[in-house]
Design a protein around this ligand. Structure first.
Ligand SMILES: Cc1ncc(COP(=O)(O)O)c(C=O)c1O
Length: 401
C-alpha cells in the first residue's frame, strides 16, 4: 500500500469532479469513476496540510502581505528540479492561470485579433479567447502513430497575418502528453519572432514528467522580447482550489503592464492560506512529488499493459508528461455520441475528445491522478461493455438461417 492507494473521503457535492449535476450532464449518470477534470483524487503532501492548519490555528485573518518568500521558493524549486534560473522579481501573482491568460490576452491584443492555439487544445483556451472578443486560430498538431508534433509550416502560415498577435502554447501539452523539446520550442519562438507574435506559454504541467523527458521553459531560451511564462502549484501538488497562478516574464514592458493590471484590479490582495501553502509546497514538497510521479508512472504502465493485452482496439499516446492520458478509440468503431454512451454505460468517466478538438470524435482523455484501483476497475468495466458491443455488432451481422 502506498499513500496514494486511498482517495480522501468526499465530504460534499462541491467537488467539481464528483458533482452529480456535472456527472449527469456529461455521462448521463452519476454511477461513474470520474476521470475527467484535471485535478487529484489523492491525499496531498502533509507539509501543505500543516501550513494550512498553521494559518487556521492562528485564528487571525487580518490583511496580510503576500510574502516575497513565495517567488524565492518557486525560483529555488525550478533551479533545483529543472536547472532553470528565474528571477523572483519577475513574477506577478494572479488568482489562477486562466485568469492570468485572460488578462494577458486582453492586455497584449485588441478585440478582433487572432490568438493561435494548437489543437487538440485544453478546452478553456477557446473560451478565454472567445470571451475576450478575440478570434481562435487553430493549428492542428500532427498525429504520427499516436505521437503528436508541431506543424511548423502551418504555424508559419497561420501566424503570418498581422491580425494574429498571440499564441497560447501548452508546455507540456494537455491533452496529448507531449513535453516539448528545446529544439521544437526554439523553432516556434523563431517563427513567432519573425511574425511579431507574442507567445503565452502555459507551463502549469511543468513538473509532471516521466522517464528521460525534461521540461524546457520558454524563459530558458534566450528570448526576452515576446515570451511570458505562466505557472502555478495547482497541478504539481493537487492544490487546485487553493492555488494562485503566476505570470513570469523577462520582458520588462509586459512585466510593467501586468503589474499595473494586478494593481489596478486589486488582484494581488493575497490569501494567507494560498501563500503559506505555496511556500510549504515548493520548499518541502520534493519527496511527495517524486513519490507521486513514480505512482503515476506505475499507473501509466498498468494502463499500457491492459490496453495491449485486453483492449487492443484502444491505443494510448506516449505519455511524456502530465497526468492526462489521450486515448484513440478509432479501432472500436465507436465515435461521438455512441462512444459517449459507452462511457456512461460502463461508468468510465473520461472526457470526450471533442472537448479539445471538434474533429477528435474517436478520442477520449482520462485523468489518472486517482488511486490505481479506481483506474483499474474503470478500465475493466469499459472492456466488458466494449466487448459486449463488439459482439452485438458481429452477431447482428451474422447471417440468419
Ligand atoms: C493547461 C492548463 N492551464 C490551466 C489550467 C487551469 O489553471 P487554473 O485552475 O489555475 O486557472 C489547466 C487545468 O486543467 C490546464 O490543464
Amino acid at each position: 500500500m502506498t499513500q496514494f492507494d486511498t482517495a480522501p473521503a468526499k465530504t460534499g457535492d462541491t467537488f467539481v469532479r464528483h458533482n452529480p449535476n456535472y456527472l449527469n450532464m456529461i455521462f448521463g449518470t452519476t454511477a461513474v469513476t470520474p476521470m475527467w477534470v484535471a485535478d487529484m483524487d489523492l491525499p496531498i503532501a502533509s507539509p501543505i496540510q500543516d501550513a494550512l492548519r498553521y494559518v487556521a490555528d492562528r485564528g487571525q485573518f487580518a490583511y496580510e502581505f503576500n510574502s516575497e518568500g513565495i517567488f524565492e521558493a518557486i525560483s529555488a524549486w525550478f533551479m533545483r528540479r529543472h536547472d532553470l534560473v528565474l528571477n523572483p522579481k519577475n513574477f506577478v501573482p494572479f488568482p489562477g492561470v486562466l485568469t492570468a491568460i485572460a488578462l494577458l490576452v486582453r492586455e497584449l491584443s485588441d478585440k478582433g485579433d487572432g490568438v493561435l492555439i494548437q489543437v487538440p487544445a485544453y478546452h478553456q483556451f477557446k473560451k478565454v479567447i472567445g470571451t475576450a472578443g478575440r478570434k481562435v486560430v487553430s493549428s492542428p498538431l500532427i498525429n504520427t502513430g499516436g505521437r503528436y508534433s508541431m506543424d511548423f509550416e502551418d504555424l508559419e502560415a497561420k501566424l503570418a497575418p498581422e491580425t494574429v498577435k498571440l499564441m497560447i502554447l501548452c508546455n507540456p501539452h494537455n491533452p496529448v502528453g507531449r513535453v516539448w523539446t528545446s529544439e521544437e520550442l526554439k523553432k516556434i519562438v523563431e517563427i513567432a519572432e519573425r511574425n511579431g507574435v507574442t507567445i503565452i506559454s502555459d507551463e502549469i504541467h511543468s513538473d509532471i514528467l516521466y522517464g528521460d523527458h525534461r521540461f524546457t521553459s520558454l524563459s530558458a531560451l534566450d528570448n526576452k522580447r515576446h515570451v511570458s511564462v505562466i505557472g502555478s502549484p495547482a497541478k504539481t501538488f493537487g492544490m487546485q482550489s487553493i492555488s494562485n497562478g503566476y505570470v513570469y516574464t523577462e520582458n520588462e514592458d509586459i512585466l510593467k503592464r501586468m503589474k499595473h493590471v494586478e494593481d489596478s484590479m486589486y488582484l494581488g490582495h493575497g490569501n494567507a492560506f494560498t501563500n503559506f501553502a505555496t511556500i510549504a509546497a515548493y520548499e518541502k514538497g520534493d519527496e511527495w512529488v517524486d513519490a507521486f510521479l513514480s505512482y503515476m508512472q506505475g499507473t501509466i504502465d498498468w494502463v499500457s499493459e491492459f490496453l495491449t493485452n485486453e483492449l487492443p482496439t484502444i491505443s494510448m499516446s506516449p505519455v511524456e508528461g502530465t497526468y492526462q492520458i489521450w486515448l484513440d478509440c478509432s479501432d472500436t468503431g465507436l465515435e461521438g455520441d455512441e462512444l459517449k454512451a459507452k462511457l456512461g454505460e460502463s461508468g468510465f468517466g473520461a472526457t470526450p475528445g471533442t472537448w479539445f478538438d471538434d474533429e477528435a470524435t474517436q478520442f477520449i482523455r482520462i485523468n489518472i491522478a486517482a488511486p490505481r484501483s479506481d483506474i483499474e476497475s474503470a478500465f475493466k468495466r469499459f472492456k466488458v461493455v466494449l466487448d459486449q458491443s463488439a459482439k452485438r455488432k458481429v452477431d447482428g451481422m451474422a447471417p440468419v438461417d
